[in-house]
Design a protein around this ligand. Sequence first.
Ligand code: NI
Length: 189
Amino acid sequence: MTHTISSDETTYIALADAVSPLPILTPPHPTLRQKARLVQPEDIPNIQAVLPSLFAAMYKAPGIGLAAPQVGISQRFLIIDLGQKEDSSIPPIIMINPEIIQESEEMAEREEGCLSLPSQYAAVVRPESIRVKWTTITGETREYEADGLFARCIQHEIDHLNGVLFVDHLSALRRNMILRRLSKKLKQS
Ligand code: NI
């Protein structure tokens, strides 16, 4: 099954201009370190209500992905919009309860940043391609084989649903260096 743009995403993105962006959490906020719970059907109305402000937060930053825990919602959903970066054939996407069901043996190194770790970047090694399964906002199941930047972004955002930050993929030395530098920067501002 291939992923084609759905009118659902377009609807929420169109509303993003009219709402206030949600503030994005930074460490040591505990929600960033929690395993988020599965979205249940009864959560959907609240998620629909929050999606425009979630897109607004991502576009304001600007960033190419944002997971619910980063705005203090400990539930398993995320948004991605690669925009014009690298592969513009990938439309904006909302993933509910996403799950990586297959990973390539081939690994790739790529520089990552994170809206919860502003101005911090590091090269992270992850599988080059993945197969991901998720539920759409209208309750349909989708599966897609992603590679390159899209695969990278999905893995990074799903990490957030498990309380994992990209720095956790680095050595303790590098991780602590980045987190110390960030905490100094956040105290100054
Ligand atoms: Ni992130």
